[in-house]
Design a protein around this ligand. Structure first.
Ligand code: ATP
Ligand code: MG
Ligand code: MG
Length: 547
């Protein structure tokens, strides 16, 4: 590992620790359980958990569950599974909803200090009175209610005396602040809705700005790291903490991860699911952690990706090929090599006299510890249709009439005859093999231009293979003129119902990744059964050894 320079957050943490500001740091990862985690979240996860690991601190998992309408326990479970799968463990599992009573008391405290008031104005009027960034806002007619009146009204809000939207609680900050976030932001709204954890106990719910910083403070989070949209919220974050005189957590912002050829907001991902563009949150084309996992991505590859993109202060769009690069790097080291023919052409080895033989082939040349498997060879084989040309152009080095190729881990063969049906379609090749050309034989070093993969027909098993392409046709679908769904790639999934595989794949497992030689990296799909094997292509190979 080369020595990497510190990112700006590491610099801040090191300074804080050196100055003795904290004995140890405490970060948090604060997902809202309103969808599955996506690759963007993994950047935040690696950052928050990574900082704590590096500096001997801890990380809390806090579900930011203050919006009862969109949240669900299904999401809570998936989020926990995904974080653990990425390789991280939290110190505590907390829920913002566990703090509802405390947050309510904080609100009463601010009311008591004359720093919050109940506003009866409609949402439209509140928005109008806010003004614009260049024009001061107008004070609400309810801004100067007495503390007693505000307390009574707020208690009545909690008691359920009012309908949704009838009243809100606002912080009394500054209606002419240049920063719009400070123009008396809403702290509580009325919502008669069932919450996935607190049930019907509450009919008022705190807004993000009055829940997030306070939750950080309750937990004594030292560094509260969020994305750049929250820069303008920071003065408010600090204002609440200062006025409440509670533990001073500090907010820091970094650029969110944007990836090209996909969309990344949970709202949009939910639309893809609900409108049937994909089969679910874990569809292998989705940029969700569960989709990437199902597709065959590894935690190592995602962590490597997060490390490579680093931590920036400016938004940018990361090329998805960097993610693909990372997964290839890792899979090249761990994937077991197997042979699978997608588009078969029959080859008969006319001079092969034995019934069969089982030839050793290395499982992974990158990892000697994996050893060898035996691959069955027989008189009748399939090779890939595209590996043969009857009338080859000059640079075609694979099989053609009179030419030789090596069959991976087996013999060199020569094409002697091309058999066609009545319509002139090639149905079979008659070849001869060089018996001494297999590994260890007298002719094992014979020079041929190409090595191709193959399977023995009587031993082959069939498997469905799912090949994926990008889900969108354009670089940045969320920033196009039309709705993002207009830019979906109609050919993002190609299904091969029956590829022919060597029999070792009958025992394919979810804890193994495979490289189908010359075809890419593949992973068993969860829809597989004893009767029907299904593989997802994780990514293609860089075609290095195909000639
Ligand atoms: P979305 O817009 O996808 O709904 P969100 O920010 O509302 O995302 P949260 O569940 O609130 O989703 O996010 C949890 C944490 O993950 C937050 O701290 C958020 O800043 C961070 N996060 C979300 N998306 C990204 C991203 N694309 N890149 C980096 N961090 C992200
Ligand atoms: Mg959020
Ligand atoms: Mg969101």
């Amino acid at each position: 590992e080369e020595e990497k320079s510190l990112n700006f957050l590491e610099e801040i943490v090191e300074e804080d620790l050196a100055a003795g500001k904290y004995k140890s740091i405490l970060t948090r990862f604060p997902p809202e359980p309103n969808g599955y985690l996506h690759i963007g979240h993994s950047k935040s996860i690696v950052l928050n958990f990574g900082l704590a690991q590096k500096y001997g601190g801890k990380t809390n998992l806090r579900f930011d569950d203050t919006n009862p309408v969109t949240e669900d326990t299904e999401y809570v479970e998936s989020i926990k599974e995904d974080i653990r799968w990425l390789g991280f463990e939290w110190a505590n599992e907390f829920y913002a909803s566990d703090y509802f009573e405390q947050l309510y008391l904080f609100a009463e405290d601010l009311i008591g200090k004359g720093l919050a008031y109940v506003d009866d104005s409609s949402a439209e009027d509140i928005a109008l009175m806010k003004g614009t960034p260049t024009e001061a806002g107008t004070a609400s007619p309810y801004r100067n209610r007495t503390v007693e009146e505000n307390l009574q009204l707020f208690r009545d809000m909690r008691a359920g005396k009012y309908r949704d939207g009838e009243r809100v609680l606002r912080a009394k900050v500054d209606m002419s602040a240049p920063n719009m976030q400070l123009r008396d932001p809403i702290m509580y709204r009325i919502k008669h809705a069932h919450h996935h954890r607190t049930g019907d106990a509450w009919c008022i719910y705190p807004m993000y700005d009055f829940a997030h910083g306070q939750s950080d403070s309750i937990e004594h989070i030292t560094h509260s790291i969020c994305t750049l949209e929250f820069v303008s919220h920071r003065p408010l974050y600090d204002w609440f903490i200062e006025k409440l005189e509670i533990y001073p957590s500090r907010q820091y912002e970094f650029a969110r991860l944007n990836l090209n050829y996909t969309v990344m907001s949970k709202r949009k991902l939910l639309q893809l699911v609900n409108k049937g563009y994909v089969t679910g949150w874990d569809d292998p084309r989705m940029p969700t952690i569960s989709g990437l996992r199902r597709r065959g991505y590894t935690p190592e590859s995602i962590r490597m990706f997060a490390d490579k993109i680093g931590v920036q202060k400016r938004e940018n769009l990361i090329d998805v090929s960097l993610l693909e690069f990372c997964v290839r790097e890792h899979l090249n080291k761990v994937a077991l090599r197997r042979m699978v023919v997608f588009d078969p052409l029959k080859v008969v080895i006319t001079n092969y006299e034995q019934e069969e033989e089982w030839l050793p082939s290395e499982d992974n040349p990158e990892d000697a510890a994996t050893g060898h498997r035996k691959v069955p060879f027989s008189r009748e084989l399939y090779i890939e249709n595209e590996d043969f040309m009857e009338h080859p152009p000059k640079k075609f080095f694979r099989l053609s009439p009179g030419q030789m190729v090596r069959l991976k881990s087996a013999y060199v063969i020569k094409c002697d005859e091309v058999i066609k049906d009545a319509a002139g379609k090639i149905t079979e090749l008659r070849c001869s093999h060089l018996p001494e050309s297999k590994s260890g034989g007298a002719q094992s070093n014979i020079k041929v231009q190409a090595t191709i993969h193959w399977v023995s027909i009587p031993h082959a098993i069939t498997a469905e293979v799912r090949l994926y392409d990008r889900l969108f046709r354009v670089d940045d679908p969320a920033n196009e003129e039309a709705d993002f769904s207009e830019y979906i790639n109609p050919d993002s999934l190609q299904v091969l119902p029956a590829a022919y595989a060597e029999p070792a794949l009958r025992d394919a497992k979810f804890n193994e990744h495979y490289q189908f030689l010359r075809k890419g990296y593949f992973y068993l799909d969860k829809d597989s059964s004893e009767e029907k094997l299904i593989f997802n292509r994780t990514t293609t190979l860089r075609d290095t050894w195909e000639k």
